[in-house]
Structure formats: C-alpha cells, structure tokens
Design a protein around this ligand. Structure first.
Ligand code: RUB
Length: 308
C-alpha cells in the first residue's frame, strides 16, 4: 500500500490542501496503487481496493468529497464484471478519468456562473484557499471584470497567503488582513465568497475554521455571503443522522512552544448554518442551501446509494 500510504501522508500533512485537490490526490493514488497489485483473484483485489479506500478516507475526517470520489470508484469496480487485473486497471483508469472530467466541468460552470457576480468594481472578501473560489476569480479576470479581493491570513496555517499570491500572479488586486480584522473591514466589502469542505443534508456548510464567524459578521453588516462548491462535497452520511465530523489538528500548529500545561484546541473547520448563506454557487447554478439535497440527487444520484 506504499503509494496510498504516501498520498494519505501528504493529505494529512496538508501538502495537498483543499477538498477538491484532496479528492484528486486520493483518486490518483487508488489508480496507481492498484496498478501495482499482484492479487491472484477478484476477492483479494477487492480486499486491496477496500484497504486503499479505508487508508485514504481516514487521512482527513472532514472530506466527503474525497469519500464520495472513492465510493464512486469502488461502486464501479464492484458492479463490473472484470476478469483480470489488466481489465480491473483499465476500468479503474477509465472511471477515474470520468470522475476528473466531472470535477473539471463542475469547476468550469462554477467559474462561469460566479464570475457573473463579480463586476462593477465589487470588493469581495474571502477566507482560506479554495479552488472553486479561485476559479471564479480567474474567470472574472479573464472576462475583464473590475473587482478586488480582501483575503484573510487564515490562521494557523496561512492558506490565505496562497490565495493572495495566486491573485497577484493573475493580476488581481488583493489586500491581506488578519482574521480578526474581518469585522472591521466587513462594512467596506460588497460580498463574501468562500469555498467549503462539506455540505450537510440540512444545508449547513463546513469550511475552514473562522468561516462561521465571518458569516455572522456579514449578516450583521448586511453583506451577501456566498459559498462556491461542487455538489460532490455533499455528505450523504448526514442524511442518516451523522453529524459532519470536524477534524481537530495538532496544537503545535497554533503554538509550537507554548507554556507547559496550556490547553490548545485547533479545530480545522467550523459550521455555517444555511440561514446565513445567501447562495451556493455550484454546477447547477446559484441555488439555495434549502434545496441542495434535490440538486445533488439530480446531478449525482449514486451518492445516495448505501455505503459499501
Ligand atoms: C481548505 C478549505 C477550503 C475548502 C474548499 O482547508 O477550507 O476552503 O477545502 O476548497 P485545508 P476547494 O487547507 O485545511 O484543506 O474549493 O479547493 O475544494
């Protein structure tokens, strides 16, 4: 399981960051791992696949996009009549390509739809680094829209710096603020746009810690709050009663040499209630989080199939 263990390590250490990129890494790892398989029959190949899926799924807790992608690969392998490792690998490779095309088409649409909202000199506040949000910024720039971005640092790991660099590289005006300055700047921005890691059956979104407070500040200042995300971030487990797990990361990320005895907590994500979100910019258009379950059912009905 070398290839998969290596990928899971990269995901855990945040060398691969953001829900979409994490899903891509996991998909590629499964395909490459199974190419190395020496399984002698169907049952042992399926066992290897299940082990790969389980190692990757455990690498970060709050990542339904990765889990859905792995489930799609697994469902397709289990429901097909492949007869040799060669056929299995052909099937896996084809399924992975199909999945990556689905993501790429979803991101293209998100960029196109979201860019319609970014024009006329708007100032947008964003948090963390999201490939969906970044796609909207790049598409808006390509269309010649006039807008600027305020980005938070995103403590403790400063993913906002990646966003800021990317914006400058693309010739987009960017301002960096510390996370706690969000309330101070909120009255000066026209909209908030963030990505997300998980969408629950109740329409809440889970994103980088701090997002929930930003949504409250936006509501207080009357600033629209939008989330950009592929519908593949929907977590079907939440329909069956599970709460979206929130990953808690090592305290060392917050204070590496803090005083002995100090308790440091470091949740990576938090929950924003659907009532605070004005719209979800997804591959189906801009939809309300209240109707997200139907939107997912239309686009990806297999997500609702029982777990393997
Ligand atoms: C990243 C984060 C991003 C979402 C969406 O957290 O919270 O906003 O994952 O990103 P981390 P994308 O840095 O801990 O992975 O739109 O790329 O899926």
């Amino acid at each position: 399981m070398n290839r998969v263990v290596e990928a899971a390590g990269r995901i855990r250490r945040l060398e691969v960051q953001g829900a979409t990129e994490i899903a891509f890494e996991a998909i590629r790892a499964v395909v490459e791992q199974m190419k190395l398989s020496e399984a002698s029959d169907r049952a042992s190949a399926l066992r290897e696949l299940a082990e790969a899926v389980s190692i990757l799924s455990g690498s970060r807790e709050t990542e339904p996009c990765m889990r859905n992608s792995l489930r799609f690969l697994n469902l397709s392998v289990r429901s097909s009549d492949w007869r040799s490792l060669g056929e299995l690998n052909e099937l896996l490779g084809g399924t992975a390509d199909r999945l990556l095309r689905v993501f790429s088409e979803a991101l293209r649409k998100i960029g196109e739809i979201g860019s319609m909202r970014l024009s006329g000199g708007v100032r947008v506040l964003t948090h963390c680094h999201s490939s969906a949000v970044s796609r909207i910024f790049k598409e808006s720039k390509a269309r010649g829209n006039d807008f600027e971005v305020v980005c938070t640092e995103t403590r403790p790991l400063f993913q906002g710096r990646r966003t800021a660099r990317e914006l400058l590289e693309n010739g987009i005006k960017a301002t960096m603020i510390v996370d706690s300055a969000v309330g101070y700047f909120m009255p000066d921005v026209d909209m908030v746009l963030v990505g997300c890691d998980a969408i629950t059956s109740q329409g809440s979104v889970v994103n980088k810690v701090g997002t929930g407070l930003i949504a409250l500040a936006a509501r207080d200042a009357g600033v629209p709050f939008h989330v950009a995300s592929e519908l593949m971030k929907f977590d079907p487990e939440t329909l069956h009663g599970a709460a979206e797990p929130i990953e808690e990361r090592p305290s060392i990320e917050v204070w590496a040499e803090g005083p002995y005895g100090l308790v440091v907590r470091n949740p990576a994500f938090d929950v924003t209630r659907s009532a605070l979100v004005d719209g979800l910019i997804c591959e189906e258009g801009i939809v309300s989080l209240g109707s997200v379950v139907e939107a997912v059912r239309r686009s990806y009905p297999w997500i609702f199939e029982q777990s393997f």
